[in-house]
Design a protein around this ligand. Structure first.
Ligand code: SF4
Ligand code: SF4
Length: 396
């Protein structure tokens, strides 16, 4: 958001207006639903583009969770789609999902498993094939339904021929069903557009919320027209409801409203949500198949109005202003995991793994030229000082 004093520029205003009308329209819009393969109590299912797969409207985002009973409870609630990664918890998360599948005795073909790998520059084809084999072993299955290149940030990440060669070979061998791309960087629109134009990706997985980037709705529409499925995540726009007094007054649930909002777009196949406890399964499955109410739309508008200048989109625009090379977007994201997602250990581990000099240790002694570089008006320096205090546990 470009601001001049209390004013915002015309482009930002139009984007905000589009987001507002989206909230209203999707609250009343048509809902595309299909009968599911296993039929949990209130679960609904949608086609995942032209893949031939049906996914539960709620996808279990297993990120950071190593809890087979919890995964089993989600399956009992009708969740058939699981989004994990060979790299989360060094593969323990995939192994946990494999145990849950065996324990519950569900037929493998009644589940849709999405996993993948973060590509590093120059990663050879054989390493990708080896990663696929390791994932198959941990999951205890002979095939992965959707395999993705994760943490994509620039269009050049989309065009890695070693990736395409490896996944096509795995598809011919029957080890992988469909190819996906996933990311949550600020420049994700360019990556998504490049992936749609490329025509080899069959599924897109990306951050999608009611505060940022209303142009993503148009990208979703074009992807749907070409038969590309979309599983969206981080729909809660930073998950900072606790910071707004009485936001959920009257028994409203911010989490439920964000899921309803995303599912209100018929071009979304499923919403992936990180599920960390049994109550969350109950709360979120209750949001499936229910339209966003006027009160919920009003709640989301209020959240957007109060958070629009405080919420980091991980766009990296401000990083060019930093003389110290701080990885602003990554630090902000880890702070979000720590403060608002209850994933403190993981956030600290990721922070410690940043390359030397990329942490926010220098911010407390800096005047903060990055503040002027945020198009959303975020007070970047203050956020980074706070993030370092949280993630490093060191006085600043
Ligand atoms: S506060 Fe200073 S050191 Fe920290 S990111 Fe901003 S410009 Fe860089
Ligand atoms: S602080 Fe602003 S410019 Fe920097 S990454 Fe976040 S949203 Fe982008």
């Amino acid at each position: 958001m470009k601001r001049t004093g209390n004013r915002i520029d015309r482009r930002s205003f139009l984007q905000l207006a589009a987001a507002t009308s989206g909230l209203a329209l999707w609250g009343c819009g048509p809902r595309k639903k299909e009968a599911g393969p296993t039929g949990g109590p209130g679960m609904r299912y949608r086609a995942l583009g032209k893949t031939g797969l049906k996914v539960s409207e709620l996808t279990f985002g297993a990120h950071g969770v190593d809890n087979a009973p919890l995964m089993r409870a989600a399956i009992d609630a009708g969740v058939t789609t699981f989004f994990t990664s060979g790299e989360y918890l060094d593969g323990r998360e995939e192994a946990s999902l494999g145990r849950a599948i065996r324990a519950i005795g569900i037929r493998r073909n009644d589940l849709v498993i999405v996993t993948g790998i973060t590509m590093r520059p120059g990663m050879p084809k054989q390493r990708i094939l080896d990663s696929i084999d390791r994932s198959l072993g941990r999951l205890g299955t002979d095939h992965i339904d959707v395999y993705g290149t994760f943490e994509v940030c620039t269009p050049s990440d989309v065009r890695d021929e070693a990736w395409f060669d490896a996944v096509e070979e795995a598809k011919r061998a029957g080890k992988v069903g469909h190819m996906a791309l996933s990311g949550h960087c600020g420049g994700m629109q360019a990556c998504l557009n490049a992936a749609i134009e490329d025509e080899r990706f069959e599924v897109l997985l990306f951050k999608y919320d009611f505060v940022s980037y209303p142009d993503q709705a148009e990208i979703l529409r074009r992807a749907a027209e070409r038969g590309i499925g979309a599983i969206v995540f981080k729909v809660n726009a930073g998950n900072r409801a606790q910071e707004i007094k009485d936001l959920e007054a009257g028994g409203l649930s911010f989490r439920q409203a964000t899921v309803k909002w995303a599912l209100g777009n018929p071009d979304v196949s499923s919403v992936a949500v990180t599920i960390t406890n049994f109550d969350r399964i109950k709360e979120l499955t209750a949001a499936v198949g229910v339209k966003l109410s006027q009160s919920e739309a009003d709640m989301l508008r209020r959240y957007r109005d109060e958070m629009v200048g405080q919420y980091c989109r991980f766009c990296r625009t401000c990083e060019g202003r930093c003389p110290h090379g701080v990885a602003v977007a990554d630090v902000m994201r880890y702070a979000m995991y720590f403060k608002y997602y209850g994933r403190e250990k993981e956030a600290m581990r990721r922070y410690r793994a940043l390359p030397a000099g990329r942490s926010a240790s220098a911010c407390a002694r800096c005047a903060g030229p990055c503040d002027a570089g945020c198009p959303f008006g975020r007070r970047t320096r203050d956020g980074l000082v706070d993030a370092h205090r949280l993630l490093d546990f060191a006085p600043v």
